[in-house]
Design a protein around this ligand. Structure first.
Ligand code: GLN
Length: 543
């Protein structure tokens, strides 16, 4: 019997609903339950794939090739459960499905309405594709009171009636602002938020109250009284110094015990949180520090590189060091006398990206890494730029470029694979004329050449990594580039798509077409990040 926990947010956005959901998932998992986490997003985009990363943050790609909300990254990192396409849905997708059915005549002449047609589609999504999970946690995006979340609240209200209180739980996350002039934490916004939820027909079963300081018992009692709850069901969710402390902190405040009791489940001994304690202590007391420069173009909103930042933390955990990140807008390196900013760093990373702006800066950063033998990791666009740099500076191909920004090139070193090989099987899932969903997306196998650094890093010759790109390094240039010293150490199984390149003459220079950061976990740091941070540590010892 799968139980459904719905998590809504109130008062303001950015309270960390995704993190709270992920942490609750981890706590239930630590008690031996099977969990799955889902996110329902109220915006009209069909998926976040076409939203600017500086508006919406990173697009998290699942194994099965869905472009999803970055919260799914938190869910995966905290529970280790790989998300699937069906774990993230938006209002846009729901409407597009409902409208397609309407056009096909599936509604048999009925008037199509928000209730019941849209709400039914939402309920179907929330409950679909459930296997043997004990708990499905559904986070509702947005804030209670938003016009656009109303159909979602209505759908979960109906689900609660249909499935009953023993199979559904409503958790509401709110905020208690501290008013300095009064010297008090204020509960009124929480009371109002619960009233708003009640007006949608939903009585929360548990409140998580975000606050930057301890919440006095009197205030918790007051919230309980006004919100029809037992005081134990008002859980303080206080700020912590590292996100990996969140499950531990919520456990200490009784979150998992309250959920278990609510469902009338047996309260075994305390959950085993030792791996969380271990990660937290490594994050809090590292033995050293290295600085890695991340040279990208979406540095204005660091959520654009959420998984990347986490994967670098994981690489630090594996090496017992703190990885300090220097976020640098690549356009800076297009100005004279700026590249020296890279002099003090022990590692340079050029991440994924789209479009021409800032590319020369990325190319200059890759050149600096190559010329100064600074450990370098290029990811996706970063691999494309590093390869162009190598082609121009070392392999004698001065006009090498990407057809992403110059359609008619003499030397299309990077291009749409279809430009040199039509009808390739790899584009099976990704062909189309729309901007959305026209990329090579999801997990693909890659074969690694034995004896290369990539082989040493992974310790195997067949790997699977997640992708999100349209363009590829052109395999036609392999011979010329290899003759100049760039090794193609990872290829698609048919040998057509370059997946990993490296410069064996340097101490650590690896670039990959896929996104390794999407698969890194705090308990299982990705080998590329472990090795890259290890190389940065070695570099720091040289100086
Ligand atoms: N813009 C490049 C492409 O489409 C790289 C994409 C990326 O870095 N995710 O191939």
């Amino acid at each position: 019997m799968t139980r459904f926990i719905f998590i809504t947010g109130g008062v303001v956005s950015s309270l960390g609903k995704g993190m709270a959901s992920a942490a609750l998932g981890a706590l239930l998992q630590a008690r031996g339950y099977r969990v799955r986490l889902r996110k329902l997003d109220p915006y009209l985009n069909v998926d976040p794939g076409t939203i600017s990363p500086t508006q919406h943050g990173e697009v998290f790609v699942t194994d099965d090739g869905a472009e999803t909300d970055l919260d799914l990254g938190h869910y995966e990192r905290f529970t280790g459960v790989c998300a699937r396409r069906g774990d993230n849905v938006t209002t846009g997708r729901i409407y597009s499905n409902v409208l397609a059915k309407e056009r096909r005549g599936d509604y048999l002449g009925n008037t199509v309405q928000v209730i019941p047609h849209v709400t039914n589609a939402i309920k179907d999504f929330a409950t679909a594709d459930v296997e043997d999970e004990d708990f499905v946690l559904c986070e509702i995006g947005g804030t209670v009171g938003d016009i656009e979340s109303l159909p979602f609240l209505e759908a979960i209200r109906q689900l609660r009636n249909e499935l009953g209180t023993d199979r559904t739980m409503m958790i509401h996350l709110t905020w208690l602002p501290w008013i300095p002039s009064a010297g008090e934490l204020k509960t009124k916004p929480t009371q109002h938020s619960v009233k708003e939820l009640l007006s949608a027909g939903i009585q929360p079963d548990l409140l998580m109250c975000r606050s930057d300081r301890p919440i006095p018992k009197a205030e918790r009692d007051k919230i309980a009284l006004f919100c029809n709850l037992r005081p134990e069901a008002v859980i303080p969710a206080l700020d912590v110094d590292t996100i990996y402390q969140v499950p531990v902190a919520y456990h200490e405040q009784g979150l998992d015990v309250q959920v278990i009791r609510y469902f009338g489940l047996e309260e075994q001994a305390a959950p085993d949180l030792s791996r969380w304690h271990d990660v937290v202590s490594r994050v809090r007391s590292p033995e050293g520090e290295v600085t890695v420069a991340v040279v990208g173009k979406y540095t204005a909103l660091l959520d654009s590189y959420k998984s990347l930042a986490e994967a670098l933390v994981h690489g630090g955990i594996a090496n017992n060091v703190r990885v300090k990140l220097a976020w640098i807008d690549s356009e800076i390196f297009e100005q004279p006398d700026t590249i020296q900013r890279l002099e003090g760093v022990q590692g340079i990373l050029v991440p994924g990206g789209f479009g021409e702006r800032g590319t020369d800066g990325k190319i200059n950063a890759a050149r600096f890494a190559r010329e100064h033998d600074v450990p370098f990791l290029g990811i996706c666009f970063g691999m494309q730029m590093a390869t162009i740099e190598f082609a121009r500076s070392v392999a004698g191909i001065p006009d090498a470029n990407s057809s992403e920004f110059e359609p008619d090139l003499t030397d299309p070193l990077v291009g749409l694979m279809t430009q040199w090989k039509q009808g390739e099987e790899h584009f099976r899932r990704t062909r189309g004329s729309d901007l959305g969903g026209t990329m090579r997306l999801g997990s693909y196998e890659c074969h690694i050449l034995p004896g290369t650094r990539a082989h040493e890093i992974y310790g195997k010759t067949v790997i699977s990594e997640r992708h999100r790109h349209r363009y590829e390094v052109n395999i036609g240039y392999r011979e010329r580039l290899e003759a100049a010293g760039l090794v193609f150490s990872g290829l698609s199984p048919d040998g057509v798509l370059p997946e990993i390149v490296e410069i064996p003459d340097l101490s650590w220079f690896v670039a990959v077409q896929f996104h390794p950061e999407l698969k890194s976990r705090p308990f299982d740091p990705h080998p590329l990040f472990t090795s890259f941070v290890g190389a940065a540590v070695a570099k720091s010892r040289l100086v």
